[in-house]
Design a protein around this ligand. Structure first.
Ligand code: PRT
Ligand code: ZN
Length: 288
């Protein structure tokens, strides 16, 4: 590989995706200095250069090739409509773009929006949604604090990002319909050369190992040998669980990996099947 080649990745300078984006790169073993300055930084142990930008500008920079890669929310990507490739969903920055309206508004589906004034920071997505549903409504673009628009008489309805729903609640609004589910994604320029592609593949390999590890826990437990087969039948493991004899005769230690989704249910079942002294340990990376 040509030593000069580095991939330029654009991440959010400061905001909700910044810390998670930096943490992901660090978990991938990428050393970064000067992240506090948040302008740009070159990694010393991986051929990557990080640019810190406003999230709204990232799709355009990646389309133009100013950056080769970017990390941005799917909401921004859909709004900006740039020609880039979505490479991988990253599992953080989860939220939804929803239609919200005053509690007293009787919403009966998209047709309830006919003739209404809609305030949003996402005019493109909202415009497409209205067109798809054959609705005539006026869209007012507001860049921030969209949730106050109905209260001050600026709009009847809003379309905004929601995560916990707390902001809507505090403004006397209710969520009526989800237009788009969103999370942070890794995007790439459409024309990476072979060397750039190679670096991206290496990065992706690491990102997937980190993501996989986050979804799983390493569990260790002890059990009397006569209960082993019942316990083993509950465990998936990467191949099969490891079983090691304990110093105490007639007892074994069992090691396995459990996924987050089934974790609590399985722990309960393992206890009922006779497992004792269950230890749960986070996994740093999982490589297959
Ligand atoms: O300065 P820059 O332009 O880079 O940042 P920004 O202010 O445009 O974006 P920022 O940092 O607020 O959000 C970056 C990205 O985080 C968004 O584009 C989404 O992909 C993602 N994200 C995840 C969210 C939320 N969750 C979220 N809850 N972005 C914004 N919100 C806001 C929402 O707009 C509303 O005001 O949080 C409020 C609602 O939150 P709840 O929890 O009360 O429902
Ligand atoms: Zn922004």
């Amino acid at each position: 590989m040509n030593k000069e080649t580095t991939l330029k990745i654009a991440i959010q300078k400061s905001g909700r995706l910044s810390d998670d984006s930096i943490a992901l790169l660090k978990e991938c073993g990428i050393d970064m200095r000067n992240v506090k300055d948040r302008l740009r930084t070159v990694s010393e142990n991986f051929p990557i250069e990080v640019f810190f930008l406003r999230d709204d500008d990232i799709p355009e920079y990646v389309e133009d090739g100013v950056a080769d890669l970017g990390i941005v929310g799917q909401n921004v990507l859909a709004e900006k409509n740039r020609k880039v490739i979505t490479v991988e969903a990253l599992g953080f920055g989860k939220c939804r773009l929803s239609i919200a309206l005053p509690k007293a508004f009787n919403y009966e589906g998209p047709s309830s929006l006919e003739g209404k004034r809609i305030a949003t920071s996402y005019p493109v997505i909202v415009g497409e949604y209205l067109k798809k549903n054959n609705i005539n409504a006026s869209v007012h673009e507001i860049s921030g604090s969209v949730e106050i628009a109905p209260g001050i008489g600026l709009a009847d309805v809003i379309v905004d990002l929601v995560s916990s729903g707390g902001t809507l609640f505090m403004n006397g609004l209710k969520e009526a319909e989800v237009i788009l589910d969103s999370q942070a994604v890794l995007i790439s320029n459409q024309q990476l050369n072979d060397e750039q592609r190679n670096i991206l593949d290496k990065l992706l390999f690491r990102i997937r190992a980190v993501k996989k590890a986050k979804k799983n826990k390493y569990v260790l437990m002890n059990a009397p040998n006569e209960k082993l087969s019942a316990i083993i039948s509950l465990l998936p493991g990467m191949k099969s669980p490891s079983v090691l004899p304990l110093a105490k005769t007639g007892w074994s230690s069992i090691h396995s990996v459990l996924s987050e989704d089934e974790f609590w249910e399985k722990i309960e079942q393992l206890k009922n099947a006779g497992a004792e002294g269950i230890l749960v340990v986070p996994i740093e990376k999982m490589i297959f």
